[in-house]
Design a protein around this ligand. Structure first.
Ligand SMILES: Nc1nc2c(ncn2[C@@H]2O[C@H](COP(=O)(O)OP(=O)(O)OP(=O)(O)O)[C@@H](O)[C@H]2O)c(=O)[nH]1
Length: 368
């Protein structure tokens, strides 16, 4: 049995964590968190951390003892400098809470890259976890919608760099912009995206702790995640009827299944493929052909097969990337955003028009 830690930082991290708990409790009831037991095979501990108490209160499926409020107004307002300071001031409380939860085999820290709290808490938190423990720690990082503005773009660029330099064992990317094809209004788009991410992570955890026909385990996952440029993404396909296994595998690495925009045949560096379903669907010939196709361009593909009686095929792919053109484009936008912010600040400092207006009444008093 694996001991797994999942931390969700900031609003986005909290909500994805809640979606994980929702799916793991296996109930739509909002009282599930009080009455039912998680359906994990592994020992999974979830912890939500936030400066905004309302974000924590909004969580429906995560127990109260698994939510830590770090008081600071109502969030840090996308300011990562403030966020870092607040983390430092509260570091011992956060780390004590984590210590009390015992030891783990693997940890995931989930956050948006663009907000203030999650993106500034995550790098030092990972650094602390890595310094105090010897288990691997992975970051699950959500990229913003590109139109959300200059502050979010510049936060994203610096947060990703900070997370990469934190000692993290790998970064799994999910991109709101790419996933917004889910459609609907903002709130339901968030819910669908969170569900997609949660479903993939739960499938991954479940598989790492399964008895497979052909085995992939935590060791293989670590090897995959240590490949490439330290950046990864996850693909998934779930058949809702009888689908040939080759189609299911293809869909799990196609744009519709991925959390981040990449051409896996060009950009992936290592891969892990977990295939689940009734044995009548698991044609070894088809599986071998498809995996070979992928390994021809990717290099190494670990594969695991889990037989589940009566279930339609489901396939999960973990892909580390050696290059990511989408990320390069995002950094171009971020550089523009940083320059815009810088110029704006300089203009305000140079251009004292507003000060001039105020200075006109210097030395005067109001008369009534
Ligand atoms: N996928 C997804 N993205 C979200 C969700 N909530 C917020 N975001 C994205 O997260 C980014 C904003 O970060 P938040 O997580 O809200 O910020 P925070 O870490 O709480 O930090 P502050 O609010 O600045 O203190 C934006 O790019 C949002 O689009 C969510 O539930 N799901």
């Amino acid at each position: 049995m694996l001991n797994i830690l999942m931390v969700g930082n900031g609003q986005c991290g909290n909500r994805i964590l809640d979606s994980i708990n929702k799916q793991a409790f296996g109930s739509k009831s909002r009282f599930a968190k009080f009455y039912s037991k998680q359906q994990y095979k592994s020992n999974v501990q979830t912890l939500a951390i936030n400066t905004a108490v309302n974000d924590l209160k909004e969580m429906k499926y995560t127990k109260a003892k698994d939510r830590i409020h770090i008081p600071h107004l109502h969030g840090v307002g996308a300011n990562r400098n403030v966020g870092r300071k607040v983390f430092d001031e509260n570091k011992s409380q956060i780390m004590r809470n984590l210590d009390e939860r015992g030891s783990f085999d693997i940890a995931f820290v989930i956050t948006s890259a663009s907000g203030g709290t999650g993106s500034s808490f995550t790098p030092p938190l990972i650094r602390e976890l890595k310094e105090q423990n010897d288990y691997p720690v992975y970051a699950v990082v959500v990229l913003p919608f590109r139109e959300e503005g200059t502050l979010y773009l510049q936060n994203t660029a610096f947060a990703l760099k900070d997370i990469r330099e934190s000692g993290v064992d790998g970064i799994i990317l999910a991109d709101n912009q790419y996933l917004k094809q889910m459609g609907g209004d903002m709130e339901s788009a968030y819910d669908s995206i969170n569900e997609m991410i949660a479903k993939r992570l739960i499938f991954l955890l479940d598989s790492l702790d399964s008895e497979m026909m052909m085995v992939t385990d935590l060791g293989d996952f670590k090897t995959v995640m240590s490949g490439g440029a330290g950046i990864a993404t996850i693909g998934y396909y779930e058949a809702d009827g009888e689908v040939p296994i080759r189609t299911a595998i293809q869909k799990a690495v196609s744009p519709s299944g991925l959390l981040f925009n990449t051409n896996v045949y060009e950009e992936a560096s290592r891969s892990m493929m977990i295939i689940k379903g009734d044995k009548s669907y698991l044609s070894i010939d088809e599986i071998s052909t498809e995996v070979e196709k992928l390994s021809d361009s990717v290099g190494h593909v670990f594969k695991g097969i889990i037989v589940r009686k009566g279930e339609y095929p489901r396939v999960l792919s973990v892909l580390t990337l050696e290059s990511a053109s989408e990320l390069e484009e995002l950094y171009h936008l971020a550089v523009d955003a940083i320059n815009t912010e810088k110029e704006k600040k300089e203009r305000v400092q140079e251009d004292k028009e507003v000060d001039k207006a105020f200075s006109q009444i210097e030395g005067l008093e109001p008369h009534y």
